[in-house]
Design a protein around this ligand. Structure first.
Ligand code: 9MR
Length: 456
């Protein structure tokens, strides 16, 4: 990225100039923007962006000077991208992606599956229909942006507040506890190059909620459910203050083998207290080798979803606040551990492998396949359930022929060879009596299907 260094940019006279130059002598390489300084540490510094503000020159001027990662504040959410079932609308989100491409910024995608900001039609759904709609949504949106997203918030805010440590009730949760892992597997199939994150708030210290998320991530890693990162929103305020175990919490997640990211940082303190808190968060990220970057949730205080709290780094006029300076200083001071690798390719706990060899029909152990079809005008999603018989199987192939006129446009959790549909690396093993599911999305009519199943 284009780096503006402090040294050449300053032209001052007299004693003040001497003081500044002496200051620079001890940190001649100190970067002068958040993005450049973070990049020096192998990290990014990002912000939430609203598409309609890109035409504001002050806004985009700061954006392009300071930030090298962008999260669309609302434009990639379900209500924005699929306002009518099966009809996708990417205009505003594409505008942000185009801006990022033109200015050397990377993208965080936000958010594929969330209880909030669902379109009305999804809010009214439940059960298999909602599950299929979620899978179809993820397949389409992550597919549309395939190759363009550094990290996706695949699932957002799925855990309950308070001390219970359980899941948040929602229509998605009521489709079955496995909805989160289905979302992650579907996202991996749609965009194998994106890091896949779980993202939540009030998880910014060691508490019952963050421990519940921790337990889920531990379980996903143990079972090979694809997850690469955990996002800590870090909406800090007096009711949800910055706690002394912030860094330790990031570290315990990193120790599970996932990246950690600060995803929606804003701090509703003022003055020195705010500046100190920003510096503390920044230092914590730098001190955790797998903390890959920080995103603030807006540019100027007036851009914030909580604008009356003035929680951001720039004031309403776009001037740098004390919190900006403390953040930049903390970035320039560096971390206490090695930075993470700068590679943009995600680490994978389980990547779909197209090379898995299927068992032929008539293989040793038995399985059965059943289908459920979500059909709408012009398109469909077929969910195929593969259930093992009285013995566990390690691989399976489903025979399934779609009617003439039906065209497959996407699949997940499966490898296709004509009318044979076989397991991928992470879902071949099915315990006796248990099941796994894969999906087929297409145009046309799915009709009545008669699947066969062979396991081995
Ligand atoms: O900042 C977003 C605001 O413009 C929207 O009105 C709001 C609607 O839910 O969502 C805000 O962003 C949220 C983010 O998507 C998820 N974490 C909490 C954020 C602040 O509410």
């Amino acid at each position: 990225m284009d780096r503006a260094r402090t040294g050449g940019a300053i032209a001052l006279a007299g004693a003040a100039a001497i003081a500044v130059v002496v200051g620079l002598a001890s940190s001649a390489q100190a970067a002068t923007t958040l993005g450049a300084s973070a990049a020096d540490k192998g990290r990014y510094f990002g912000t939430a962006v609203a598409a309609y503000k890109l035409s504001d020159a002050t806004y985009s001027g700061i954006l392009d000077r300071e930030f090298n990662m962008i999260t669309p504040e609302n434009e990639m959410k379900w209500d924005a991208t699929e306002p009518t079932q099966g009809q996708f609308s990417y205009g505003s989100a594409d505008q942000i992606v185009a801006h990022a491409n033109a200015h050397g910024q990377r993208m965080r995608g936000h958010a594929l599956a969330w209880y909030s900001q669902q379109p009305g039609w999804a809010q009214n759904m439940s059960g298999t229909a909602l599950r299929n709609a979620m899978v179809n949504h993820i397949t389409n949106v992550a597919g549309h942006y395939k190759g363009k997203i550094y990290a996706w918030d695949v699932v957002n805010e799925a855990f309950a507040d308070g001390g219970g440590g359980g899941r948040r009730d929602s229509n998605l949760q009521r489709t079955g506890n496995d909805w989160i892992e289905v979302a992650f597997r579907t996202a991996r199939a749609a965009d194998p190059g994106a890091k896949l994150c779980y993202n939540d708030y009030n998880t910014d210290g060691i508490n019952a909620k963050s421990t519940a998320v921790y337990t889920m991530v531990q379980d996903f890693k143990a079972r090979g459910v694809p997850i690469d990162c955990v996002g800590f929103q870090s909406h800090i305020n007096s009711g949800s203050p910055l706690t002394s175990d912030y860094q330790a919490n990031l570290q315990r997640f990193a120790d599970l083998g996932v990246d950690v990211q600060i995803t929606e940082l804003d701090i509703a303190y003022s003055g020195t207290q705010q500046a100190n808190a920003y510096a503390s968060v920044t230092k914590a990220c730098l001190a955790v080798a797998r903390c890959t970057g920080i995103t603030v949730w807006g540019i100027r205080d007036s851009d914030s979803w909580r604008s009356s709290d003035n929680p951001l780094l720039f004031d309403n006029n776009g001037n740098k606040k004390a919190a900006y300076t403390s953040t930049l200083d903390a970035l320039n001071a560096g971390g206490t551990t090695s930075p993470p690798p700068v590679s943009t390719s995600p680490s994978r706990s389980a990547s779909p492998s197209p090379s898995t060899s299927p068992s032929g029909p008539g293989g040793g152990q038995g399985c059965t396949a059943t289908t459920s079809v979500n059909q709408w005008q012009g398109g469909f999603v077929v969910t195929v359930r593969v259930t093992a018989g009285s013995a566990a199987i390690n691989a399976w192939t489903v025979g399934l022929t779609l009617p003439t006129g039906a065209t497959v446009t996407g699949t997940w959790n499966v490898t296709r060879s004509g009318n044979s549909w076989s397991n991928v690396s992470y879902n071949g093993h099915v315990n006796a009596g248990q099941y796994t599911e894969f999906g087929i999305q297409g145009t046309g009519t799915a009709g009545t299907l008669s699947p066969t199943c062979a396991g081995s």
